[in-house]
Structures are given as C-alpha cells and as structure tokens.
Design a protein around this ligand. Structure first.
Ligand SMILES: C[S@@+](CC[C@H](N)C(=O)[O-])C[C@H]1O[C@@H](n2cnc3c(N)ncnc32)[C@H](O)[C@@H]1O
Length: 309
C-alpha cells in the first residue's frame, strides 16, 4: 500500500524559513508538497514559491497544485542545478528562503515498482528520475566486485561490504540480479537477520540508492548554489535523514559561516574568504510528539543558515 508522505519537522522548518508574505521561496524537494503547502499558507498574494523535484510523479502532483494556485510553479529537475532555474527567473541573489528536504519520499519507498525498498518485491530500479542514468539493476549486473564494494562501503558505511559484493558477483554467474527480493536475499545469505534489529539489507539499499541518484554530489552543489541564490537575510533549511547527508550539510554551514582558516590571520580578509552565512539555530530534531506519530522523524535533522549581506 502506498502511504501519503507525512512531512517531517514541518512547524520547525516553516518557523526557521520565517516566511514573509511577499517573499520568494524555493522548495528544492517538492515530494508530495507537505512543506510547500505550509509555505503557501503563509504567503500573501504577492509571494512566490518555485518547487523542484526530479521525480515525474511528484511533479505531476505539483502541476495539479500549480493549476489551483498561481503563486506556485513546479519544475522537473535536480536541485543540484538550481542556478539555471533561478537565473531564468532573475531570482539569483533574491530568494528569501530555500528548503532542501533530501532523500526519498514515502510514496517512492512504498511503490514496489520503483524498486527502492526490500519490503515488497519489485524491479531493482531505484532511480528518482526513471529517465536518467543506469538503474540499480544495470549497475549491479555490470559493475566490478570492487566497484560494488566501494559503493556499499562509501554510501552505506556497510562493514560487510566485501562479503556482500562477493555474493552479488557470485550470484550473477548464475543469473542476473533483477529484483529487490533478489538483492535482499543475497544480503541475507551472508548476514544473519538479528531479532529486533534493522533488516540486514538496509545499508545496502541505502548505499545503492545514494549512488544511483548521485545524491551526495547533488546535495553539495545544491547547498552551494542555494547560498548564492539567497538575498541578505534569506534562509537555507536542510533536512537530512542519515549521517552522510547531515555531515555534508553541517560542514557546509560551518565552512560558510566562518572566515576561511587558511586566510584568517591576514591583516585584511579578502571578500571571497569572508563568511557568507550565519547560523541562527543549532541542529533541530523532532520533538516527542512527532517521534510518536511519524517514524521517519526519528532520523531527521534540520540545519539552518542565513545569508549575510
Ligand atoms: C523527503 S522527500 C520531500 C518531501 C516533501 N518535503 C513533502 O513534504 O512532501 C524528497 C523528495 O525530493 C526529491 N529529490 C531528492 N533529491 C533530489 C534532487 N537532487 N533534485 C530534485 N529532487 C530531489 C525526491 O524525488 C523526493 O520527491
């Protein structure tokens, strides 16, 4: 069954964005529009919200919203290419708030045809944009053992990466790895399922999904372009769901909110080395009430940066 997407840290994010009724906002990860609708509720008639998503199903839902609300528009694309979309609109340096709520949505995870999850069997696809690049199936049936091991290690921090990569390649000798159940079964054949613990294939699925969608690189470039796109006082909110993403967001905000340490001792700090952002809040996590009602909230962290003049 495909469940609706329940937005995480909704109130906290909207509060941190500090919505101005005539402001210009960007939601880089529309999903099913939970955050976007909350932003629109606070915008007046002159406010604008541009949403982006690389998933055609999310975009279809956004297009329906755009037909009802002329303050809103949606583009199919990658927030890692934000600059082009904003330049087309003359919005660079003028945006009052940007949200990146990264990762996958519940409808993506729940739809077995998308191949993101081991919960139900489906084709091993995992592409957020099914028209872009190789699928997980293409990768697992053509990569070398070393490439698979590196992906599992780097993007899943999976300690059993060598064993799993070896098992995938051994299985390929008999027949291709085609489905989510195939992959989950291979992982289970080399890692015991511990009662009460996460499914042993959790990290493997996470790693392959991040690699196939080049998620960390998109986040790095999306963060940098977002900081350029903000108007002075404009805010960037990033919600991440695992330590790899959160580390990137945390380091980006830290590095952009201090003088470049290599140049900090110069008598005159060059403008390019001065901080672009200030950090108005520490990392924000879900409260007890949200944790009880939304399991996705358990691993969510919201980080915020504000553009300096
Ligand atoms: C966690 S969901 C966002 C949920 C949304 N905030 C809501 O309330 O419904 C993440 C969404 O971002 C999209 N996405 C992830 N990475 C993206 C990227 N680099 N560019 C554009 N969309 C991306 C996914 O397709 C997914 O729909």
């Amino acid at each position: 069954m495909i469940s609706p997407h329940v937005p995480v840290l909704l109130e906290e994010t909207v509060e941190q964005l500090g919505i101005r009724s005539d402001g210009v906002y960007v939601d880089g990860t529309f999903g099913r529009g939970g955050h976007a609708r909350a932003i629109l509720e606070r915008l007046g008639p002159d406010g604008r919200l541009l949403a982006i998503d690389r998933d055609p199903e999310a975009v279809r839902e956004g297009e329906a919203l755009a037909r009802e609300d002329e303050r809103f528009e949606i583009e199919r694309g990658n927030f890692g290419e934000l600059r082009g979309l904003l330049e087309e609109r003359g919005w660079m340096g003028k945006v009052d708030g940007i949200l990146l709520d990264v990762g996958v949505s519940s409808p993506q995870l729940d739809d077995a045809r998308r191949g993101f999850s081991f919960r139900d069997d489906g084709p091993l696809d995992m592409r957020m944009d099914p028209s872009a690049g190789p699928s997980a199936r293409d990768f697992l049936n053509s990569a070398t053992e070393e490439q698979i091991r590196t992906v599992l290690h780097r993007y899943g921090e999976e300690r059993a990466a060598p064993r799993i990569a070896r098992a995938i390649c051994a299985r390929r000798q008999e027949r291709p790895v085609e489905t989510t159940a195939d992959l989950a079964g291979i992982v289970e054949s080399v890692m015991r399922r511990k009662p009460g613990a996460k499914h042993p294939a959790t990290k493997t699925f996470q790693a392959i999904r991040i690699f196939i969608n080049d998620e960390l690189e998109a986040l790095r470039s999306g963060l940098s372009q977002s900081a350029d796109a903000l108007a002075p006082g404009g805010r960037l909110c990033v919600i991440s769901f695992h330590s790899l993403e959160d580390r990137i967001a945390k380091r980006f905000l830290r590095d952009n909110s201090r003088v470049d340490p290599a140049l900090a001792r110069l008598p005159l700090i060059p403008p390019s080395a001065r901080p672009r952002l200030r950090l108005p809040a520490k990392a924000i996590r879900s409260g007890a009430e949200e944790l009880q009602t939304n399991p996705r909230a358990r691993s969510a962290t919201l980080r915020v940066g504000e553009r300096l003049a």
